[in-house]
Design a protein around this ligand. Structure first.
Ligand code: NAD
Length: 337
């Protein structure tokens, strides 16, 4: 893809602060001369019977067609007869891996200044398979599904990611000492894939020990790969290590090479419409999307302007201890481009 030809990408501005931070992304990308033809889709107010959710079939088709997209936060409306929006996207687009880089931002002081790790979470099965039922009154059952196919797929992605991003080590996070069959199979698959990548160091870390090590010395980790539930929890823990949800990007990788980048935070209803939201997480997600499109120069340029703006400290949003509005912070990034 050349930086001058317009790229088609799907944009879900999402709910709450979503449209405000999506506007910020559009402004920064335009200023950086990245020509994107956004195909914008909003969450509907009626359930689409074809998707059984408030996302329309046309929205999903748009991501499939473009192969790339950016998603703001979505608040799933309470009610019956529909699926969660995020679950619909994961299932329908086969988004099997969630990739979250977590690194200390220069100039923004947190407890650690040497965090540089990536969590890769299996996104389609495990404890989130949605198979729960009551056996008898007072006894319920939830099924954790682990398959060889999904485990190999995410392990393969993790090692490939490590190799192509100059990373040295992959740690598989598990509880196979207790969940021998499920996590045991996950580990077996990771070991199989590890053999194909002798240049990458492979290790296995039990989840409870991993949590302790992460809060004590996060620099011990490089790339972490894990089943769904562990990934959900560990990736938020890692976001906390580098300054919180307003700063952390992510990217979902799907079948056929689909890339749907998204901020990890929610719709922040408490500050929605107040021009207070920090657009950094969605901006850095857009940077991940640009890297996926191999627009590395543009990605570096935008990344640098975001880092510089935060490090300068003059313009920061309230979540980072400043008093700038979303629009002023965005303008400062554009000025730094
Ligand atoms: P949240 O992430 O929306 O908010 C948690 C806290 O963080 C709030 O105080 C909020 O103001 C703050 N915050 C979040 N993002 C921020 C940003 N960019 N800038 C400044 N402050 C920010 O979590 P929640 O309140 O638990 O969830 C609200 C809604 O979002 C719910 O409907 C939930 O289902 C949805 N949600 C969606 C996603 C997603 O689409 N991926 C993820 C999480 C939650």
């Amino acid at each position: 893809v050349s930086p001058s030809s317009p790229i088609k990408a799907t944009l879900f501005p999402g709910d709450g602060i979503g449209p405000e931070i999506a506007e910020s992304v559009k402004k920064v990308l335009t200023t950086a001369d990245v020509s994107i033809d956004w195909d914008e889709h909003f969450v509907g107010d009626k359930v689409d019977p074809r998707t059984q959710s408030f996302l329309t079939w046309e929205s999903l088709e748009s991501v499939r067609r473009n192969g790339v997209g950016l998603k703001g936060p979505m608040a799933t409306p309470i009610g019956k007869g529909h699926r969660s929006l995020n679950l619909t996207l994961r299932k329908e687009l086969g988004l099997y891996a969630n990739v979250r880089p977590c690194y200390s931002l220069p100039g923004y002081k947190t407890r650690y200044d040497d965090v540089d790790l990536v969590t890769i979470r299996e996104n389609t099965e495990g404890e989130y398979s949605g198979l729960e039922h009551q056996v008898v009154r007072g006894v319920v059952e939830s099924l954790k599904i682990i398959t060889r196919q999904a485990s190999l797929r995410v392990a393969e992605y993790a090692f490939h990611y490590a190799k192509t991003h100059g990373r040295q080590r992959v740690s598989a996070i598990h509880k196979a000492n207790i969940m021998r069959k499920t996590d045991g199979l996950f580990l077996k698959c990771c070991r199989e894939v590890a053999e194909k990548y002798p240049e990458i160091t492979y290790e296995e870390v039990i989840i409870d020990n991993c949590c302790m090590m992460l809060v004590k010395n996060p620099a011990l980790f490089d790339v972490l790969v894990m089943p769904n539930l562990y990934g959900d929890i560990i990736s938020d823990l890692c976001a906390g290590l580098v300054g919180g949800l307003g700063l952390t990007p992510s990217c979902n990788i799907g079948e056929g090479g689909i890339c749907l980048a998204e901020a990890v935070h929610g719709s922040a209803p408490d500050i929605a419409g107040k021009n207070m939201a920090n657009p950094t997480a969605l901006l850095l997600s857009a940077v991940m999307m640009l890297r996926h499109l191999k627009l590395n120069d543009k990605a570096d340029q935008i990344h640098g302007a975001i880092i510089k703006t935060i490090a300068d400290g003059k313009y920061r949003t309230a979540d980072l201890g400043g008093s700038s509005s979303t629009t002023d912070f965005t303008k400062a990034i554009c000025d730094n481009l």
